[in-house]
Design a protein around this ligand. Structure first.
Ligand SMILES: Cc1cc2nc3c(=O)[nH]c(=O)nc-3n(C[C@H](O)[C@H](O)[C@H](O)COP(=O)(O)OP(=O)(O)OC[C@H]3O[C@@H](n4cnc5c(N)ncnc54)[C@H](O)[C@@H]3O)c2cc1C
Length: 463
């Protein structure tokens, strides 16, 4: 067996692993990364964030072509198949892989392809199949192995009409009807994508409202717009079983109800990728979801082993995973730059898009904070009228006395971009963070940034 020595070995080349690898290398460490896929990028690039966003973008363009009256002069509404739309995602994935592969080369980071398994706390073996010919020794190890869809045992995921959030990208036909079980972020995003393609979606949800961590008005708006696109949302229904044959699937709910469709997408939960790591060799255990516990420095119960990204659970976002990876590497190689990742905005790429940062009205009410609301509706913003993207709202929550911004909630076109303007002001220390910024600042016109001025004036008028 070949032996190699490194300062830091990272397991998993998704955003968390990449963030850790790049920061450790920039700080002078000798770094190796082990990835069990043939290409870097992680589930983020191959099955999750990137393909779903590329798909959604293509679907939005189709909706625009099919519904904007201007396009009728050049043709009738057109139908697109799922595989056709998926081509857009494939193009983006290969660009991302190329770019990210170059990052590793440029920073002299050794990339090993194979499955990493601990021999002891300082030794990681790289397996290809059942054999390992490569042994890596390291001062520190960062586990960044991500997560996979959690699969109940009574569902046959090999059936060609049954999918989870990873395998849905292998769908080779366009169903007319689809059942999506689980209305978390992934379930809602795919409900938007498929209903945008004209598929009749049954979105079945164990809870009593969609994405209940969101501001209530925004969660209501999402329900409204999904229904408007033909989705049927069923709340408070638990999964019992799914039967499948060559022509359709039937899902039975715990309440006894049955629904039938051409395809079934299971989107209820993910678990940490820890089962093949040989954690027993280092005395590490996981919770029931396969996730690792870490402290405020991303250190596991084993002193030289860190864990970041989806494998540690919340918030399970690529955005946070990358920053957590950088933070763990800083803790290892430049502790003065360490920054715990706790202020994470929410970006949800449903149609319409949703994004928020800070507290919701429900939280502020529970905390008895005297707050006021400022709103701007996109239909009244010139830029949104020009782009024909009038669906949406920006809502600023602020303290009645100090005018300090407490929360920004937005839905509509580009919401995930728009929220960052508010976030930047919210993060300012002291009096830098007040509603006054938006009334005393000249914004380009016409822009969506103008919505902040409109919302701020609306809020001040309520005082
Ligand atoms: C459909 C979908 C849409 C999403 N949309 C968004 C979004 O819009 N925005 C957002 O911020 N987040 C989004 N996410 C979440 C995001 O994809 C994850 O939070 C992110 O991928 C986590 O990054 P990671 O580096 O922890 O893990 P991953 O990206 O999962 O990468 C981990 C890598 O480690 C590899 N690995 C696992 N075990 C081993 C081993 N033993 N040896 C070697 N390699 C191993 C895996 O194969 C994988 O390549 C989405 C997820 C899904 C499923």
């Amino acid at each position: 067996m070949a032996d190699y020595h490194y300062d830091v070995v990272i397991i998993g080349a998704g955003p968390a692993g990449e963030g850790a690898a790049m920061n450790a290398a920039k700080n002078g460490k000798k770094v190796a990364i082990v990835e069990d896929k043939q290409m870097v990028g992680g589930n983020c690039t191959h099955w999750g964030t990137i393909p779903s966003k590329a798909l959604r973008h293509a679907v939005k363009q189709i909706i625009s072509f099919n519904t904007n009256p201007m396009f009728r002069e050049i043709g009738e509404p057109r139908w697109f198949s799922f595989p056709q739309v998926l081509k857009n995602a494939e193009r983006v994935i290969s660009k991302q892989v190329k770019l990210r592969t170059e990052f590793y080369g440029r920073n002299r980071i050794s990339v090993y392809t194979g499955q990493a398994r601990f021999a002891d706390a300082h030794t990681v073996d790289v397996y290809t199949g059942t054999q390992s010919n490569t042994r890596l020794h390291a001062e520190q190890v960062v586990i960044a192995t991500g997560s996979s869809p959690w699969r109940p045992k009574n569902i046959d995921f090999n059936h060609p009409r049954i999918y989870d959030s990873d395998t849905i990208l292998q769908l080779e036909h366009t169903p007319r009807t689809m059942i999506i079980y689980g209305a978390g972020v992934i379930g809602c995003e795919y409900a938007s994508i498929f209903s945008g393609l004209g598929v009749k979606v049954d979105l079945i949800h164990p809870g009593d409202r969609l994405l209940n961590f969101l501001d209530d008005e925004i969660s209501d708006a999402l329900s409204y717009h999904l229904r408007d696109k033909g989705a049927l949302i069923r709340h408070n229904e638990q999964f019992d079983s799914v039967q499948s044959n060559e022509r359709y699937v039937t899902m039975t709910m715990a309440s006894g109800k049955k629904v039938k469709a051409d395809a079934f997408l299971w989107a209820a939960g993910r678990s940490g990728n820890t089962s093949h790591l040989g954690l027993e060799s280092i005395g590490l255990t996981t919770n029931s979801r396969g996730q690792l516990e870490v402290d405020k420095e991303y250190r596991t119960a084993v002193e030289n082993i860190y864990a970041v990204g989806d494998v540690i659970g919340w918030p399970s976002l690529a955005s946070a995973a990358y920053d957590q990876g950088r933070a763990a590497a800083a803790q290892i190689s430049a502790p003065e730059d360490f920054n715990f990742v706790d202020s994470v905005p929410t970006g949800i790429y449903t149609i319409p898009e949703i994004s928020s940062v800070g507290k919701t009205e429900r939280q502020l009410t529970e905390e008895k904070v005297p707050y006021e609301v400022g709103q701007a509706f996109f239909k009244n913003i010139a830029r949104a009228q020009i782009t024909a993207e009038g669906v949406g709202m920006l809502k600023i929550l602020f303290h009645r006395q100090t005018l300090q911004i407490l929360g920004i909630h937005c839905f509509g076109d580009q919401a995930a971009e728009i929220v960052h303007i508010g976030q930047a002001i919210m993060e300012q220390p002291g009096e830098g963070n007040t509603l006054k910024y938006f009334v005393n600042t000249t914004f380009n016109y016409p822009t969506m940034a103008e919505a902040y001025r409109v919302a701020a004036l609306n809020g001040l008028n309520r005082l």
